[in-house]
Each structure stands twice: as C-alpha cells, then as structure tokens.
Design a protein around this ligand. Sequence first.
Ligand code: ATR
Length: 279
Amino acid sequence: MNIKYKKAAVIGFPIAQSLSPFIHTYWMNKVGLRGSYEAIEVAPDTLESFLKRAGELGLNGFNVTMPHKTTILPYLNKLAPLARQMGAVNTVRVEEDGKLTGFNTDSIGLVAHLKNIVAEYPTDKPALILGAGGAARAAAFGLLTENIPMVMISNRTREKAEAVAKNIGRGRMTVVDWDTRSEAASAAGLIVNTTVLGMNGQAALEIDLSHAAKDTVVYDIVYKPLETALLVQAKKQGLRTVDGLGMLVHQGAAAFKIWFGCDVSFDSELRAELEAKIG
Ligand code: ATR
C-alpha cells in the first residue's frame, strides 16, 4: 500500500466559498487515504507561476475553477481527449516528472448525477439546455453521448448558443430563441438550466413548465440554493427534478479517481453534511 502523504487542491479566484475541500477531505477519510486538500486562491496574473510550482508544492493534482478553466490550456503539457474537445480543464494531474495533464470531468459529473437520481428519463424526445457558457458546453458534451435524438440550446445571447451548436453539436444540436424557451420546454424530455439565473443574488429563471409532459425531468445545476424557483415550479407540476449539488460531487469523484485511483461515491452522509453547509 502506498502510504505516501497525498496532496490535492482547488485553484480559483475567488475560492473561499468552495465546497471541494470539504468533499475531498470527506473521501480521503472514507477511503483511509492520508492527505490533504486545500483551496488555493490563484489570481489570473499568478496562474503561470503557480503552475510552475505545482510539483514543488507536492501536489498530486488539483481542480481548476473560475476564471482559469480555459486560460490554463496553454500551460499544460498534455490534454486528455475530452478536455481537448471541450477546450476547458477542471482537473489537472501532476505527473511523477512534474508535467501537468489536463482533464475535464464536468460532463461526466453532470450525466453521472442525472443517472443516479432518475433511473430513466425520456430518450424519445429532445433535451433542452438553457445557457451557453462553460457549464452549457459541459452539459452538451455529456448529453450528446447519451441516446437522445436532439439537443436544443437556448440562450439570451443567441450567437453564443449558435457557436456551441456549431462547434460541438455534430449535427445533433439546434438553437431555440430565448423568447420561445417555454415552448421548447413543452417538447423536451429533459431540461437543464446552466445559466446563473436562480442562483442566490440572481433573478429567477422565468420559464413556463405548465405544458411540459409529465415524464419530463428538470435539472438545475445551480446548487446555491439547492431548491431553486425552477425546481419548485417543476415539483408543483409533478415533474421529476435533479439539483446541482450532485454534479459538483460527481465531477469531484471523477477527479479523485484520476489522482488517487480510488472509487468514491456521493453517499447520504456526504449529502446531508453538504446540505447543512449550504443551509
Ligand atoms: P459558466 O461558464 O459558469 O456557464 P457563464 O459563461 O458566465 O458561466 O454563463 C452564464 C450563462 O448565464 C450565460 O448563458 C448567460 O447568458 P448570456 O450568454 O446571454 O450572457 C446566462 N445569463 C446570465 N445572466 C442572465 C440573464 N439575466 N438572463 C438570461 N441569461 C443570463
């Protein structure tokens, strides 16, 4: 057994509010891995110098969050295929020789959580992604690997949705006007909110779910608060819902596996502790 002390971290700016140290420390304790996981604030102008020191700091790897997910790309020695295709990195492994390999576990995390919560969702209807930022791209990558006929994407700024559909849609994505998102929701089997709308401090996402089919699943990747107005509305309509906490946890589990080779899970104890933290 490798008893060497393990070290991992998350880098971002700001980073103080990150739940990742709690999640990874929970797993380290759970699998009996001696180590630590800390949040390291890395301002944009110090990213390059941080990356040069990552090996010296004794890190086995680290997660990458805003605003570094795309700006980190030129500094990495190697990219896993998915990270290369997505043009974004959320996980870095520090190799034995100090070289850095970039991965992206966001799309895997998003789909893993969906499948954990709902055993089945309609695959005979298109999915609808709301938003066109980094999270929307992760959602699109994840859903395009699923057996769904078509993925609709709708964003306030239509051109951004068009760019996502063109760059990664492989002919299976279509753009829906932001003003017609409620009609699109009625036709969708799965609705995924990746916008910031509904987050604490942001306006709610306005959408009418009253014409959605009863087997529709509504997935909000916002997790602060856990129960957004979108999910409240969906529940009132009798629709199944998926909150955003699991995506965070599952992308973290995939990163943990990349660094340490151990399988970890989102068990009920971890969920309860995170819910208490979010409040
Ligand atoms: P991330 O990379 O985390 O997904 P982002 O790139 O900042 O974050 O994307 C935020 C998303 O929320 C975008 O789709 C944005 O829409 P625009 O592309 O039009 O900016 C969306 N968003 C933010 N504020 C919004 C608002 N008031 N109404 C509708 N969409 C909004």
